[in-house]
Structure formats: C-alpha cells, structure tokens
Design a protein around this ligand. Structure first.
Ligand code: PAF
Length: 269
C-alpha cells in the first residue's frame, strides 16, 4: 500500500498500459479527408486500437445554417476510417450525447478568448464539453487533433491539464493541397472560382512568415496579400501561442464559406 499526495506521484503509482494496450481516439465531425486520415494513421502507428468518433456536435455551432449545411456521409466515412486503421467508428446521435435535462458544461476561459472564440461565441464551450464526453466514453490513452485547428488544440490541451483528464494530446500536421490550401470539410462548399481564390489564404500566411523572418510585421504582410482580393471578407489575422509555438492564424469568408488556417512563425527562421 502506498500513500501518495501529488498528481505526479499518483500517476507513477498507478499501473499504466503497455504500448500494446493503447487506445487512440480521433474525434471528428465526419466528412473525412486526408487530414483526418493522416491522424487516424498516426494513431494506428502508436496505438493497438483506434476509435474514430463521427459526431456533428450541435453545441459548437452558433448558426443553425452552418450546422445544417455541415456535410454528413457516414457510410463513406466509416469505410475511409477503417481503411486508415480505425477499429471502431463511434457515431452517436445528438439525443444520446445531449439527452433532455443536459446542463453541465466545460467553460474554457483565457485560451478560448480571441480569434475563433471571439468570432464564434460559445464555440469552445461546445468543443470542450463534447471532447470531455468523448474522452469519458471512449477512455482513450491518446487523443489526436490537427494543428489546423490550433486554438482548439490549445483549449483541449488546457482542459486536459486543468481537469486532470487521463489522456495524452497528440497533434498531427496540417495536410495541404498542392497549391497550399489546408484540407477542410468546408472546402467542398467552394465553387470552382472560390476554390481557386482560396489559395490566397496560405499565400497570405506565407507572406506573414516571410515578413516575420525579415523582422517585419507578419500580420500586416498577410493582410496586404488578402487585400488583393476585395471580395474576401477577412475576419482576423492574429498571432497566438499554442503548445509553445508562436503561430500566425487567419479566418476569412469566401462567398458563404468560412475558412481558417495557421502557420508556425518560427518555421520561417
Ligand atoms: O475539430 C472538429 O472536428 C471538432 O471540433 C471536434 C474536435 C470533433 C469536436 O466536435
């Protein structure tokens, strides 16, 4: 028998699974693309069992229009997930996740302020709450998230640490099209012309990185590139820190589609 009095000692005293026993969770909202599949493959390379959750989480959408427009294609997604190494696809319905009387929320604070948190009030409350529920339901040892949603990874990382959730956060690199556009389920909503114009987003971030490397203002450089297309509605270009990395992040609307992206500033040095 041991008496332990710190969280570090507690972790050391508890039996931990061997590598061969690890469960990895890849939380998604479906409409899987190469970005998700690369996370599933990463999870499979590290864990003996991979669970992919597919749930279009209503509590992280402030606009019903956006929620309704979110593409849903469970059968295709399940096949893609299985091919990439998933052993289980968990696709609950909203009534199961949020039954009548549901009233307990995870309310992230500082990390959820600004950028996405400012533009989408309540978004990270929904994300943090559903992630904690998924962690409790699946009990994964590792959870896999993409760098593309950098602020989301910061919010989830903070929650894991603040609430002593027994899961290790693992991050996968953003997967990009040949012209630099970050893969996103929302790209499918772009018309051919919008899709072509969307490449300005990674171009602007790269211009920001180059400016930063030249000791100039990254945000201004990125905004100058975005200004070339007057039809774009730029929501923000901001710097943030996530997991010890300084990032340049941007969000914009092309037509009715909202796109976000980010790049690590220190990669330019
Ligand atoms: O990034 C997403 O797809 C979602 O925000 C997540 C993490 C699956 C929570 O619903």
């Amino acid at each position: 028998m041991k008496i332990v009095s710190s969280t570090i000692e507690l972790n050391a005293a508890l039996e931990r699974p061997t590598l061969a026993d690890l469960t990895g969770l890849v939380p998604t909202m479906g409409s899987l693309h190469e970005g998700h599949l690369s996370l599933i493959r990463l999870a499979r390379s590290e864990c003996s069992r991979v669970v992919v959750s597919i749930f279009v989480n209503p509590t992280q959408f402030s606009e019903t229009r956006d929620l309704d427009a979110y593409p849903r294609q469970l059968e295709r997604d399940a096949e893609l997930a299985a091919d990439a190494g998933a052993g289980v696809v968990f696709a609950p319905n909203a009534e199961d996740m949020y039954p009548d009387g549901f009233e307990t929320w995870v309310e992230p604070s500082e990390t959820a302020k600004g950028l996405e948190g400012k533009m989408r009030p309540g978004h990270f409350r929904g994300v943090a709450t559903v992630c904690l529920k998924l962690f409790n339901l699946v009990a994964p040892h590792r959870a896999y998230f993409g760098w593309k949603d950098a602020q989301q990874t910061a919010v989830v990382g903070r929650m894991i640490s603040d609430l002593n959730v027994q899961v290790t956060l693992r991050l996968g690199e953003t997967v990009r099209e040949p012209d630099g556009l970050a893969l996103s389920s929302r790209n499918a909503r772009l018309s051919a012309d919008e899709r072509d114009r969307a490449k300005v987003l990674p171009q602007a971030l790269r211009a920001g990185l180059a400016a930063h490397a030249a000791h100039q203002n990254a945000k201004e450089a990125a905004l100058a590139v975005l200004a070339d297309d007057p039809q774009l509605e730029v929501e923000y270009v901001e710097e943030m820190t996530a997991h010890g990395h300084r990032l340049l992040c941007a969000a914009l609307h092309i037509g009715t589609t909202r796109l976000i992206d980010n790049m690590r500033l220190e990669e330019s040095t």
